[in-house]
Design a protein around this ligand. Sequence first.
Ligand code: NAP
Length: 289
Amino acid sequence: MKVGFIGLGIMGSRMAANLQKAGHDLVVYNRTQSKADELVEQGATRAESPEEVAQQCRLVITMLSTPEAVEEVALGTDGFLKSLPGNSLWVNCSTVNPSFTIKMAHHAKKMGQRYLDAPVSGSLVPAEKGELIFLIGGDAADVEQVQELLDVMGKETVHVGDHGQGASMKIVNNMMLAQAMASFAEALKLGTALGISEEKLCETLLGGPAAAPFLNLKQTKILKRDFSPQFPLEWAHKDLHLAGVTAYEQNVALPSLHATKELYAQAKEKGFGEEDLSAVYRVFLSEGK
Ligand code: NAP
């Protein structure tokens, strides 16, 4: 069966490449066409629009940046949802908020299609190695249909519950992740102000129980000032925003989430949005450091 893949950025390009290596026949679309070239050279079919993907597939995977991008690609003028054959399956791996994902599941149902929210935990390297963790919301039978594909792209599938529950788990996960990164940046700021070197702080803190394990992967980025993106800072800011929207919808107060979100907003204002989320530390560095 042909698999449609829409969104070939940092994550999508690697997930699609793994599906292709495993022998799956792909129809690919990316807004910036050049990002599809490598997959097309290896045999994938290039679609000129999301709608063209739908005309050739009964299964579509999306890996797009924001809810706005997902809405445009699914429901816009050239959107794929209206052109899919009936009872097709849309697997949305993009990180979006729970209420938005439930809205997309309703749209899909209204148009005679099936939907799974399937955001992923894991960044560039796990995407490349096929070691992502899928957090799924939707029907068990639909998960079963795509389990083989998920196993190619990932190492674990967590079926959290009904539509929206995969997105819910993901937004909670990323709220913790972005806050842990910001908290570590502040620890470095205070530690260096007290005269301890960045190297000593990293070595001591990252080996101890207080640091989130993923921070170990950010050590080299911080020490070498190599902030090339694995998880772009602008998407960490987006996730904090979406967590804030979700907290509002749930009538839940999350004070430190909102303070952290503004730190990421400052980093974006300074022009670090397309760098890795670890560049949030740059807010605390003087120019040229
Ligand atoms: P990325 O490299 O910035 O890719 C974003 C993709 O969305 C690109 O294909 C981009 O197309 C497309 N896009 C954006 N706006 C669009 C629009 N209006 N119409 C059509 N296409 C549009 O981001 P990424 O890191 O792969 O992340 C993708 C998603 O996965 C995000 O929701 C992110 O939060 C999530 N995620 C990322 C990571 C990570 O570590 N990177 C980990 C887990 C989850 P163009 O190429 O034309 O810009």
